[in-house]
Design a protein around this ligand. Structure first.
Ligand code: SF4
Ligand code: MSK
Length: 648
């Protein structure tokens, strides 16, 4: 059987897809061949929110009626906008429920009610407490942390007023939001309101539905996700650049392999701690293993990679393949992006699949619930189970050799420090290099893998094209892992792939041309970095003035839509690949792609070709450079004596 080179650009992935085929194990790749996307659903021309439907209204449908409406009269524009709004709400709910879990654990930690957690970054604790208006004078760490935990939890259920972090945005941005009436109140309230307004027979004006969609998305970017990032940094440390390694070759033939998969870094942090337990180490030796090898998958991988240098086994489409190596003793999954197909794959091997969140079970998997008060005990119990499972490995182990070094962990604080130095930490050098044209602009490349496109191809093609044209790329999520596997997250990549200006800056500072900023929730770090650039001066008064753009070339999850929507409505031109969920309605698409520019000075775009997508981003960056009057590259002028004298 020939290898399928269209499935992925990563040879480790291709090898394991082949292994699965030979061993007749079903994976997402084989299922996608059999199940094709529904042509009506793909353009979102279907409503099933009441029992008089589903009402299917594809463009091809020719009826005597002039307008495409459902049985109740709902127009195609209302239907498409409602579907879009619900997807964004689901994405916001996912990020924000993650944030709630983190906030609750943070408060319990502050009160001394957790096992294995502590407040690690006290400087950040004070900074965040001040953001929340807490008076820190004369208070100790515990008092400040308790007050902060209580204040943060109020953000979820707030009924009136504004989310606290809205004030972190540039003033001109806040004014746009105020004018449009889209400043979020409480996080939960905005999600509930979308569910209400998109119920049968409520909000039936697509523009009005999309205003609430914006308010809800902003409650994620400047609410839930930002809260997660900040509290995780306080509890687990703000990331600084660390070396790591990535791809399925990080699994070890002669060690106990445990893969942590999902999104909340709570249990993974304690698993890292538990691997150092001497009793567990000697148990591993006793069963014949040379050690305990913890590896990450998806965004859990990003979290432990950037804080501890724990190796990353891969991104979304590689989760089943990790088990298909036959070398994984145990995989833990908590929330989000964990395929139910993992259970069938695990059953073909000795792998134990463990669900750990009280919100997510998988039928047939072992459930060991994580609670922070007994967190370390749970982590040790899980490790013990993995070690005891090592002798049960069957003979068909194959670990690909592909492994790539990476440098990760570029938080906003780190960029500030790396560029400006410890005593004058600032974005000045970055802004200056944008103004003088060495760096053309900034791009956020984020998001998932999608089995409907070649794995990692969109991320890598788009990112390489951007850096070739001197655009500095900030990346998170599965896009970041794709960049890591392709060798773009090391300083040497600058010389190899970046344009001359970007390469010069990267070499001078010692950074890669693509900066790994973390997991999905850490897209909030990109908002903070963009805001810091505005506040530094010289690049306009608002995020929308920056020569910047965003992209998610291989998106698939509802969270990606939530992220994209808060990027756009924060003023960033954002291009999605793969597919676009409003194609059923010209009016809704026109509103998001064009009228949004008038409203938010940022707009959506859809372009499945990654080279074309990169050039749309570059064109937008150039448009912004022109508006700022920095579109002419400044030649370096050698001053002769007369010219020097004329300077006075
Ligand atoms: Fe059809 Fe209207 Fe019911 Fe939607 S709400 S399923 S369009 S009848
Ligand atoms: S894990 S949301 S596939 S980036 Fe955050 Fe990757 Fe997308 Fe999940």
């Amino acid at each position: 059987m020939d290898k399928d080179y269209t499935a992925s650009i990563d040879s480790a992935t291709i090898d394991l897809i082949e292994k699965a085929k030979k061993e007749e194990i079903e994976t997402i790749f084989s299922r996608a061949e059999e199940i094709k996307p529904c042509p009506i659903g793909v353009e979102e021309s279907c409503c099933k929110i009441c029992a008089m439907g589903p009402c299917r209204l594809p463009r091809s449908k020719r009826e005597s009626r002039k307008e495409r409406t459902g049985v109740c009269g709902a127009t195609i524009d209302t239907i498409v906008a409602r579907n879009f709004a619900r997807k964004v709400a689901a994405g916001v709910a996912a990020h924000s429920d993650h944030a709630r879990e983190v906030a609750e654990t943070f408060l319990k930690t502050a009160r001394g009610e957790t096992q294995g957690f502590s407040i690690k970054d006290e400087l950040k604790l004070i900074a965040v407490a001040l953001d929340f208006g807490i008076n820190v004078d004369g208070k100790d760490t515990k008092e400040i942390a308790i007050e902060l935990g209580e204040r943060v939890l109020e953000e979820f259920g707030k009924q009136k007023g504004e989310l606290t972090y809205i004030k972190k945005a540039p003033v001109s941005r806040q004014e746009i939001w105020k004018r449009l009436g889209v400043i979020p109140r409480g996080i939960d309230r905005e999600v509930v309101e979308i569910m209400h307004r998109t119920h049968m027979g409520v909000d039936q004006d697509y523009k009005h539905i999309l205003l609430q969609t914006t308010r809800c998305a902003l409650a994620d970017g400047w609410g839930g996700s930002m809260i997660s990032t900040e509290l995780q940094d306080i509890m687990f440390n703000t990331p600084v650049p660390v070396m790591g390694s990535i791809n399925l070759g990080v699994l070890k033939e002669d060690e106990v392999n445990i893969v942590v998969h999902g999104h909340e870094p709570l249990l993974p942090e304690l698993l890292v701690l538990a691997t150092k337990d001497p009793e567990l180490k000697s148990l591993a030796e006793k069963v014949g293993a040379k050690g305990i090898n913890l590896a990450g998958m998806c965004c859990s991988a990003n979290e432990v990679l950037m804080r501890h240098g724990i190796p990353c086994a891969g991104n979304f489409l590689q989760q089943e393949l990790a088990i298909i190596t036959g070398a994984v003793e145990l995989m833990t999954v908590d929330i989000q992006c964990e395929m139910q197909g993992l259970k069938n794959v695990a059953e073909c091997f000795h792998t134990k699949l463990i669900t750990t969140s009280d919100r997510a079970k998988i039928e047939g998997a072992i459930h060991i619930e994580f609670h922070p008060d007994k967190g370390l005990d749970t982590a040790k119990k899980i490790l013990r189970l993995a070690i005891e499972n090592y002798p049960n490995r069957r003979h068909n182990v194959y670990i690909p050799s592909q492994i790539q070094e990476t440098v990760v962990g570029f938080s906003h604080e780190t960029i500030n420090y790396l560029l400006g130095g410890l005593f004058r930490a600032s974005y000045r050098p970055l802004n200056d290099n944008i103004i003088n044209g060495r760096i053309r602009g900034i791009a956020g490349v984020v998001g998932c893998n999608n089995v409907r496109t070649t794995h990692d191809l969109g991320h890598i093609t788009l990112t390489k094209e951007l850096i070739k044209h001197d655009v500095l790329v900030l990346t998170t999520g599965c896009a970041a892992m794709a960049c890591g596997k392709a060798g773009l997250l090391v300083p040497e990549a600058a010389k190899k792939y970046a344009g001359p200006g970007l390469s010069e800056v990267c070499e001078a500072v010692g950074i890669p041309p693509v900066l790994h900023m973390g997991a999905c929730v850490d897209n909030s770090r990109i908002l903070i970095a963009a805001t810091a650039m505005v506040k530094e001066g010289g690049l306009g008064n608002d995020i929308s003035d920056l020569p910047a753009a965003g992209a998610a070339p291989e998106w698939m999850s509802e969270k990606a839509l939530a992220i994209g929507h808060y990027f756009v409505t924060s003023g960033i031109f954002t291009v999605f690949g793969t597919t676009w969920p409003t194609l059923g309605s010209d009016k809704v698409t026109e509103h998001l792609f064009h009228e949004f520019e008038e409203m938010y000075k940022g707009m959506w775009a859809y372009e499945p070709d990654p080279i074309k997508a990169a050039h749309r981003m570059i064109a937008h960056i150039d448009k912004k450079r022109k508006a700022l009057g920095i579109d002419k590259t400044k030649e370096r002028v050698l001053f002769d004596m007369d010219m020097r004298r004329s300077l006075g």
